[in-house]
Design a protein around this ligand. Structure first.
Ligand SMILES: Cc1ncc(COP(=O)(O)O)c(C=O)c1O
Length: 400
């Protein structure tokens, strides 16, 4: 039987009854966009995160774009992010009219390197018209970025902090002895409810968490055609609302989220124990961080041999991401080159996501780890630099 990277059918089996009952009510009431269920979900997710406000929107990309716009980001601004992320992070920046700038990630955590950020900010002389306005760190694979350090740097340079928490529903950072949710430490935190996320809808969806009243008010209006009352519009806005059917699914899954995340943590710990030697490189979980393990990744020069072995044994795996953003054709105008962000490039060349979801067993994890080991010691040669360059030129993105 196929072992899945993400098993949505197994999730659905757990929530189907609750969802079907609620869906029947939505169909009876015919309130399909916004409404009581969307508001209830916003309150429940805000409580889960410990945020003052949650504003739902129609995707994670919209969440990022609206959060940036509400924070005042626009043409002539720079927004600093990382090249090792999904394209949506940078799309959202470009869609505000701002210019994305990359700094490299830390090789241990795969997240924005505070040292690289500081180096960029200290080296560059900015004039007030085209300087950086915000940083956009990503909690990659569900692993919290080093927020206290990044926020301290942002404060020093008077930059807004928008968190890309699209892969980090329920990850936490310990600050002053207290666990704080990712997505609640910056000015705003953005979530995606794409179906495969730890908290996923049955379609598209997203949300912004913020404690800032002004940001919340602005986003509430912008997501709904700039409305301040039914036919009064304070500005041109967007149609970026969540629909009630998705809210029904998200409310049912939110009840399970902590338990599902806990199961992911246990399975990730099992993988970590099985890979305790230095055969493959694992994403480092700092002592003050608790990942929600959206993805469990290993890194190896023999990545492609491992991938083939898993696929041949009907075990799904993925590459997140094979081409770092600075080398994407879409980002050509930013004029970066191969070699500009060596850590991101090395991760792209070696990273592999193994199956990890709450409906796997410890035996499944042992089986995957055994196959990885076998592939590591097989006689298939590792991928050459020439092959890598060729693949970079042709590889399709794996949406996760
Ligand atoms: C890191 C990251 N940012 C942004 C997004 C965009 O979210 P959505 O697909 O809901 O627009 C995703 C989703 O895949 C993501 O993984």
């Amino acid at each position: 039987m196929q072992m899945k990277l993400v098993d949505l059918a197994a999730q659905n089996a757990e929530i189907r009854e609750a969802v079907e009952t609620e869906m029947a009510v939505v169909h009876r009431e015919t309130a399909y966009v916004g409404g009581a269920r969307v508001e209830a979900f916003e309150q429940e997710f805000a409580r889960f995160l410990g945020a003052r406000h949650v504003l739902t929107v129609s995707s994670g990309t919209d969440a990022l774009r609206l959060a940036l716009l509400a924070a005042g980001v626009g043409p002539d601004d720079e927004v600093i992010t990382v090249p090792m992320t999904f394209i949506a992070t940078v799309e959202a920046i470009v869609q505000t009219g701002a210019r994305p700038v990359f700094v490299d990630v830390d090789p241990a955590t795969c997240n924005m390197s505070p040292a690289a950020l500081l180096k960029y900010l200290e080296r560059k002389r900015f004039n007030s018209l085209n300087g950086p306005r915000a940083i956009l760190p990503v909690h990659l694979y569900g692993m919290p970025a080093p927020m206290p350090e990044l926020i301290a740097i942002a404060k020093r340079f008077k930059l807004a902090v928008i968190e890309d928490a699209c892969q980090a529903h329920g990850a936490r950072v310990k600050i002053g002895g207290r666990w704080v949710a990712t997505g609640t430490m910056g000015d705003a935190g953005c979530f995606s409810f794409y179906p495969g996320k730890n908290l996923g809808a049955w379609g598209e969806g997203g949300a912004i968490a913020t404690d800032n009243e002004d940001l919340a008010r602005r986003i509430r209006s912008m997501r709904d055609h700039g409305r301040i009352s039914h036919y009064l519009h304070e500005e041109y806005g967007y149609n970026a609302r969540l629909d009630a059917l998705q809210a029904v699914v998200l409310r049912a899954k939110l009840v399970q989220l902590e338990r599902w995340n806990q199961k992911r943590r246990e399975l990730a710990a099992a993988y970590r124990e099985l890979f305790a030697s230095d055969e493959v490189r694992l994403q480092h979980e700092p002592a003050d961080a608790s990942s929600c393990w959206h993805l469990f990744t290993i890194r190896s020069r023999r990545r492609d041999a491992i991938r083939n072995a898993l696929l041949m044994n009907k075990i799904e795996c993925g590459i997140h991401y094979p081409v770092p953003l600075h080398l994407q054709p879409a980002c050509h105008a930013l004029a970066y080159r191969s070699g500009d962000f060596p850590v991101s490039e090395q991760i792209a060349d070696t990273v592999l996501s193994l199956p990890l979801h709450p409906h796997l067993s410890n035996l499944d994890i042992v089986r995957v780890a055994e196959l990885v080991r076998e592939a590591l010691h097989s006689s298939v040669p590792p991928v050459s630099i020439e092959d890598r360059e060729k693949r970079r030129a042709t590889e399709m993105e794996v949406h996760g």
